[in-house]
Design a protein around this ligand. Structure first.
Ligand SMILES: [Zn+2]
Length: 420
């Protein structure tokens, strides 16, 4: 396997990554391009857009100037802070509830609504439908959280059409941030196509119904049907990404949200060293990410370490240490997931056998073995030539104060999910 000479990404990432002549990946180059951008100018563009849509909303007597899709996480906090506190718009927060919530996640969502005085509209899927979809998509594409992605990427668009609120403000463009799918000059906006091809693994809800073996009905898929082209055009729905207009740095933003707006981090995690990302649900950071490892041989620690390296807060060697420590760990919440879908671990693993990438996985004596790892590429030729200088403040963000428990040594882990 070829690995980026600067970060920890392998050549088989999803979404795709490309390497330049120095062996540096497209994700690294995207982050590297940021300091050269005139962010003052871009902020001016953002203000103009927000002003335009606020004026439209007021002219129509619509109480909401825009929609912010939120989960309650660190980015949701930052988006609401920016739009409401800094730019003074009245956003409607919209949440798709995937029903695998941690108590911490619910506290953060409550905090978000309270801190920024925003209205929230939330759609909750029923567990039976989620169970059917989750089982089906695990076998089909190795994704137990298809409904998360479909709901997060579709329900806010349904609300935009129903309530005639054309502007949707997203945070970062996830795929651009990780693998450099777009560059900063593309000024990419939300599209149905990227939503379907990547977030939803190529499947629209219509495809799930058509398969007679899925036993999934239209009633199971209500929040996932995309509005018609006519409706999108009539309302003029448009989704912008804040990371095109402001210099996006999750660490700096999260620090502000912890220190001034009561955002609560995790305390310890199974599959990564970061304490603040994707902590609102049980499976997305555990079992779902573990599946990524089982399919492609890398996981969230590769994502998080690569991000730290790109911002000069970790050396490549330190990043590789994190990858070695976390990427192959079997998460404890896998049990919860197996119990939810009614599967044994063997069934779970067997159902994705056909999805193991042969570039990285090989079966030896009946056991799957990873043929390579970034740890074998510490001293690759050309690594030193593309190193970034380290920044001064490299210390990891400490966990937030945990307001609900008085003794630091006795903080219960999230060991159950709650539906609402
Ligand atoms: Zn890279």
């Amino acid at each position: 396997m070829v690995y980026c000479k600067r970060c920890c990404y392998p050549a088989n990432t999803r979404t795709s990554i490309v390497f330049d002549e120095q062996g540096v990946c497209s994700g690294c180059r995207l982050i590297e391009s940021r300091p050269k951008i005139d962010w003052k100018e871009r902020e001016g563009w953002l203000k103009n857009i927000l002003e335009e849509y606020r004026a439209k909303a007021r002219a129509k007597n619509n109480p909401y100037d825009c929609i912010i899709p939120v989960s309650g996480g660190k980015d949701s906090h930052f988006q609401a802070y920016l739009i409401k506190k800094v730019y003074g718009l009245n956003p409607l927060l919209v949440t798709y509830n995937h029903i695998f919530n941690t108590k911490r996640g619910i506290r953060n969502l409550t905090n978000l609504v309270k801190q920024f005085s925003c209205d929230l509209l939330r759609f909750t899927s029923n567990p039976e439908s989620v169970r059917k979809i989750s089982r089906y998509m695990l076998k089909k594409v190795g994704d137990i959280t298809w409904h998360y992605h479909a709901g997060i990427m579709t329900f806010p668009i349904q609300v935009a059409v129903q309530r005639d609120i054309p502007l949707i403000v997203w945070g970062e463009h996830g795929f651009a941030e990780l693998t450099g799918m777009f560059n900063q000059d593309d000024m990419v906006e939300f599209t149905k196509k990227v939503r379907q091809e990547h977030s939803m693994r190529g499947f629209e809800p219509e495809d799930l119904i058509q398969d007679p073996e899925s036993f999934i009905t239209k009633q199971d898929l209500v929040p996932f049907f995309y509005p018609t082209d006519q409706d999108i055009e009539r309302v003029g729905v448009r989704g912008i990404y804040l990371s095109n207009y402001i210099k996006w740095d999750a660490r700096v933003q999260t620090k502000l949200m912890i220190e001034q707006y009561g955002f609560e981090t995790a305390v310890k995690r199974d599959r990564t060293f970061h304490l603040y990302d994707k902590i609102d649900d049980i499976h997305a950071s555990g079992a779902h990410d573990y599946l990524k490892y089982l399919k492609f041989g890398y996981g969230r620690a590769t994502d998080d370490a690569s991000n730290e390296i790109r911002h000069g807060r970790m050396t490549r060697e330190e990043g590789i240490e994190m990858v070695e420590k976390y990427d192959s760990v079997r998460p404890r919440d896998l049990e919860l997931y197996l119990e939810f879908v009614g599967m044994t671990e063997e069934e779970f693993e067997r159902s994705i056998d056909h999805l193991r990438d042969p570039q990285i996985w090989e079966k030896r004596d009946g056991v799957w073995v990873a043929k390579d790892s970034v740890a074998n590429h510490v001293n690759d030729e050309g690594v030193d030539a593309v190193r970034l200088p380290l920044v001064e403040d490299r210390a990891p963000l400490p966990p937030s104060k945990q307001p609900y428990y008085s003794r630091d040594d006795h903080i219960p882990e999230d060991t159950e999910y709650i539906y609402l």
